[in-house]
Design a protein around this ligand. Structure first.
Ligand code: SF4
Length: 424
């Protein structure tokens, strides 16, 4: 407790709130909740956070704080930034341990509300869907989540490994949200046992939050060999081969690449190399995660591209090439370009691709307009080409962080819940 108060005292309570306004994708009121920690009003701190987020225990632990809120912190200009993530996680843990909850926190405003009259179906119970469900329930909308697995959480449950986010915290977060009176229909998947057209008829609005978890392929020679694996599938289904005494390359530079590399190393791989075609500074993965990976003896090959995967029936080697970073007209970031004659081969047993992901194939058959990247096209109200159907989270493309996905869930709840009255 003393430690957390010390962390809070370090905050300058800046008037312009760059941590909230510039850094935090959810625009959490950071200085105000920290101020309540200084006063030891932890319930009040939670109430302030609950205005914008229902995932503080999760975002406090897994957000790339150095690049988000803490990256914009004024204290960070000359020294260490305020430990915003630690305090956010502390507040959640404290209130849940002491029997406080979202239901109690939001109870006062619901007391005089009329009975639930509107019904909304949310397809997919990941961070975006859960956040949307909570903020709609707060507005007294009757919410049903249709979830394809027998557990909610999306990538929080089926993607992010336990060493980075404990399932206990995820479960506490989910129960806190469900206590608001949200119904869940498990093992329900569009195209298998539920139909979008039927839900569209039954509900006042349908919100699609089914993520985008189909791995992107690289298209290099040898990608079809046995031993080429895809990071998000491995993390989702946890069906790994035996890595003992094996050399594994992970291709990509995001958090999924680092999660996969650390998982494989923990599962006993002899050598794990993350291969990324841009520079270390350009790597989108959280700096903290990269540090952890380095501490666990994961190697990094920056400015390196993969040209082909070589092997008879299974992966035996990879042909790699060095890259230089060049300025290209119309591009903000420097672009990697292969350096002629800098190619070489390295032996490997498994190659794990972590190049990003796209929506499931069946999304094309939903009859909704898609954008050029295959994501569902939405307007400023997160409404699809069918005015009764909305889409949020990774399904619409975008920043692909948990906080950003949650933000889209909160925004659509505000539109559908009450502000956007013409809809109902
Ligand atoms: Fe506190 Fe940093 Fe936010 Fe200023 S920018 S209010 S010091 S957390």
């Amino acid at each position: 407790m003393e430690n957390i108060k010390e962390k809070a005292e370090y905050c300058l309570n800046c008037k312009l709130k760059p941590c909230s306004q510039k850094g935090c994708p959810l625009h959490n009121n950071i200085p105000d909740f920290i101020h309540q920690i200084k006063e030891e009003n932890f319930y009040k701190a939670y109430e302030i956070l609950s205005e914008t987020t229902v995932l503080p225990g999760i975002c406090g632990r897994i957000c790339p704080h150095q690049e988000q809120c803490q990256g914009s912190c004024v204290r960070g200009i000359k020294g260490e930034p305020v430990s915003i993530g630690d305090m956010e996680a502390f507040v959640f843990d404290y209130v849940i341990k002491n029997g406080y909850s979202l239901k109690k926190c939001w109870k006062k405003e619901n007391q005089n509300k009329k009975q639930k009259t509107k019904k909304v179906a949310i397809i997919g119970g990941g961070p975006a869907g859960l956040t949307c469900a909570a903020f709609l329930a707060r507005k007294d909308v009757k919410v049903t989540i249709y979830e394809k697995y027998n557990k909610l959480g999306g990538l929080l449950t089926h993607g992010i490994p336990e060493f980075r986010l404990s399932k206990e915290i995820v479960e506490k977060t989910i129960s806190n949200i469900l206590e608001l009176g949200i119904e869940v229909k498990y093992n329900s998947e569009i195209g298998k046992n539920i139909k979008l057209e039927e839900l569209r008829e039954e509900y006042d609005a349908v919100i699609l939050s089914i993520g985008a978890n189909i791995p992107l392929k690289m298209g290099v020679k040898g990608e079809n060999l046995t031993g080429v694996l895809y990071a998000n599938e491995l993390l989702e289904h946890k069906s790994h081969p035996d890595y003992k005494e094996k050399t594994v390359f992970v291709i990509g530079g995001g958090n999924v690449a680092i999660d996969a590399a650390r998982t494989v190393k923990k599962l006993g791989a002899k050598e794990v190399k993350v291969i990324y075609r841009r520079s270390e500074e350009q790597m989108p993965a959280s700096k903290k995660e990269v540090e952890e990976a380095l501490n666990e003896n994961v190697d990094f090959l920056y400015q390196t591209n993969i040209l082909q995967i070589i092997g008879k029936d299974k992966v035996e080697k990879a042909e790699l090439i060095k890259t230089e970073l060049i300025k290209k007209e119309g591009e903000e970031r420097l672009i990697p370009k292969n350096i002629d004659n800098s190619n070489y081969t390295l032996e490997a047993d498994y190659i794990i691709m972590a190049l990003g992901s796209k929506p499931a194939e069946y999304v094309k058959g939903l009859g909704l307009e898609l954008n050029e990247r295959g994501n569902i096209k939405i307007n400023e109200n997160y409404q699809t080409s069918d005015s009764k159907i909305f889409a949020i989270g990774d399904l619409i493309g975008g920043k692909k962080t948990v906080a950003w996905a949650a933000y889209t869930g909160r925004k659509v709840a505000a539109r559908v819940g009450d502000k956007w009255q013409p809809y109902f």
